[in-house]
Structure formats: C-alpha cells, structure tokens
Ligand binder design. Structure first.
Ligand code: KG4
Ligand code: ZN
Length: 338
C-alpha cells in the first residue's frame, strides 16, 4: 500500500510548527518559538499572529525539505482548529485550507487538546502506547484537565481547573521571581538545585477532580513580598529553594488529584500530556508511581510535550484513516472542548 503523507500545522498560541508524518511516524517536526513575548511576561496576541504570518511559509518549507518530500506527495493537510488565540489560529487555518484547495486533497481539522493526548500514539522506536480506557492528566499553559480517554475520539473531562491553568501557575510564579516568560522551564531548572521542603505553601481546597491555582499564586506573591521587606536580596539568595518548593507544591497537587481519579474510576493506566508534562519532577513522580502504585504510566517524549505539529499530525492521521475529513468551510474556534 502507498504510505499516507500528512502535512500538519500548529499555530494556536505562540509557536509556529509544521510536521510531516508518514502514516503514524514523524518525518519532520519543525518548531519556531516566538522570542517577542519574553519581555512582556506573557503572550501578546497581536504580536503572536504577526509572527505566525512571518514564520508559516519558511516553517512549512523546512518541514517538507527535512521529510525529503514535495507538496505533491501529500495525502492530506491537518491543522489546529482550536482551542487557542483567534488571531493565531486563523493564520494556520487559512494556510491549511488554501493549500488543501490548491492541491485538491482532504483537510483534517484537529482539536489541540485532543492532539496533546494523542501524541502518545506517535509510532516511535521503544515507545509504549496507552491502552483504552486510560486517564490523561493534560497540563499546559492554557488548560489543566483530567480526561478519561475511552477511544481516540471518545474523551470525557472528569475534572479541570476553575481558574488558572497549571502552566500559568508556573509562569506567574516565575514572573513574581523576576524570571522571563515562559518561566516554567526556568523554575524546573533552578528547582533541581534546591530543597523542595525549604518553604511550604498552602494547597488549595477544591472539590472532587477539579483544580484551582489562583490562590496558590497569591500565596506565593504575599510570601515573597513579605520576605523581600525583611531581606531585599531574599529572591537572589534563595532562588533554588524557592523554585524547588513552588514546583514541589504544584506537583503534589497534581499527584493528589491523579490518586483520586484512579480511586474514582478504577482505571490505572495513567498518561500525562501538554507543555507542563515536560517538567522533570512530574516525570519522576510518574515513573515512581509505576513502581509504587502499580500504575502503568505513559510519559510523552520531551519534544511532543510542548506545542508541536507532530501531535497535530498523528491526530490528523487517525482521522484520515477513519475518513473524518473536514469540510472546506470549517472555521477556527477559540473555545473547543475535547
Ligand atoms: O502545551 P504548551 O506548549 O502550550 C499550551 O498549549 O499552553 O504549554 C506551555 C506551558 C507554559 O506554561 C510553560 O511554562 C510550561 O508549559 N512548561 C513547563 C515546563 N516546560 C514547559 N512548566 C514546568 N516545567 C517545565 N519543564
Ligand atoms: Zn498546547
């Protein structure tokens, strides 16, 4: 049989990415990060969409070149329909639509949150795939969800954040500490050298499988302000311990909820997905959970954690083989449930 080549495009937030898949295998996965936002402490939507416009053509060309194919070899085009920033989504959506029209090949619309989860089904040497049904903790800059995954496109949200996402908790804490955006990876880096028990922060009390992170952020802000009044060099002198303690608190909150989810559903197959699943402590804790609680755990390869087009490509491929093509009139959606 002739292999299926899919070009996938991701532009939901601040990364422009294109990937070429050959069936479920990744041939290329090019990501252009946008540096413009770092000094603003967060993503500026207008700057993001302008940068996508500048990046999209070279990123797609690079993805095709690295895969050693031309656009005429493509079987279909996949793109992120949502959720995300409208101006950013529109760049990828219109690009994908016009390319599919021009080549007269099917268009595949992909839900970004489903794609984070389905990245586990990318065919890779040595990777193990979760068995249905499994529980996925999806943790990113915009979302924090516990999802029951019964099949590729049969997902149910069992719990989610009632305010900030966990990535925001990392990024806003980093901002309080004077670190640039996105601060999550920096907190992770400094935390490796610090004592996670140095400081303690109150964990939120929120029902069932839901999350809340805005109170934690305020608690951290007040704590830092108080310490800085006593010692103006408090942050510099204790950065590693502060980061380790913040990270430890956040990961404890996530692990507590996962334990509840297993108890409630009886499902022990546990996956993590999304940008925050790049975090070294959550990865370590999940590996330990496999040993200590007997959960089969699934941790995505590092390059498939933060936003990337390969996850859009595998989701597009799974839709393609089920004939779930999009209509050419499909539109971007800023809000979209899994
Ligand atoms: O999935 P993603 O790339 O974009 C969204 O869809 O939101 O997630 C980005 C988030 C940011 O908040 C970033 O700080 C966080 O993931 N992140 C991390 C780490 N790497 C990325 N948070 C903690 N530790 C990390 N190593
Ligand atoms: Zn994402």
């Amino acid at each position: 049989d002739k292999p299926t080549y899919i070009l996938a495009i991701e532009s939901s937030c601040d990364d422009t990415s294109a990937s070429v898949m050959c069936n479920a295998k990744v041939l290329s996965n090019v990501v252009a990060n946008q540096e413009v936002h770092s000094k603003y402490g967060g993503v500026v939507p207008e700057l993001a969409s302008r940068a996508h416009q500048q990046n999209i053509v070279p990123v797609v060309q690079q993805a095709l070149a690295q895969a050693k194919i031309t656009k005429n070899d493509l079987s279909a085009i996949a793109f992120t329909k949502g959720p995300g920033l409208m101006g950013s989504l529109l760049v990828g959506t219109s690009f994908a639509k016009s390319m599919a029209l021009g080549l007269n090949i099917p268009l595949l619309d992909v839900n970004h949150m489903q794609a984070h989860i389905l990245a586990h089904f990318i065919d890779e040497e040595g990777s193990k795939k979760p068995n249905f049904p499994f529980i996925c903790l999806t943790i990113s800059g915009g979302h924090t969800q516990i999802v029951k995954v019964s099949n590729y496109f049969d997902m149910e949200i069992l719990g989610e954040t009632i305010d900030d996402a966990v990535g925001e908790a990392f990024d806003k804490s980093a901002k309080i500490l004077g670190l640039p955006y996105p601060g999550g990876p920096l907190i992770d880096k400094y935390a490796q050298l610090g004592n996670p028990k140095a400081y303690s922060f109150t964990k939120p009390k929120v029902g069932d499988l839901d999350f809340s992170f805005s109170g934690l952020k305020t608690g951290i802000l007040y704590f830092i302000q108080k310490q800085q009044r006593i010692n103006p060099n408090f942050i510099e002198e204790n950065l590693n311990d502060i980061c380790a303690s913040i990270q430890h608190t956040i990961v404890e909150i996530l692990m507590d909820k996962l334990k509840n989810a297993v108890k409630q559903t009886g499902i022990k197959e546990i996956a993590i997905a999304g940008g925050v699943s790049a975090n070294s402590e959550i990865r370590k804790r999940l590996i330990n959970a496999e040993k200590h609680f007997g959960w089969p755990t699934y941790i995505p390869k590092f390059e498939y954690t933060t936003d990337n087009a390969a996850m859009i490509g595998i989701t597009g491929y799974l839709k393609y083989i089920s004939n779930m093509h999009a209509d050419i009139n499909v539109t971007a959606k800023a809000r979209l449930k899994v």
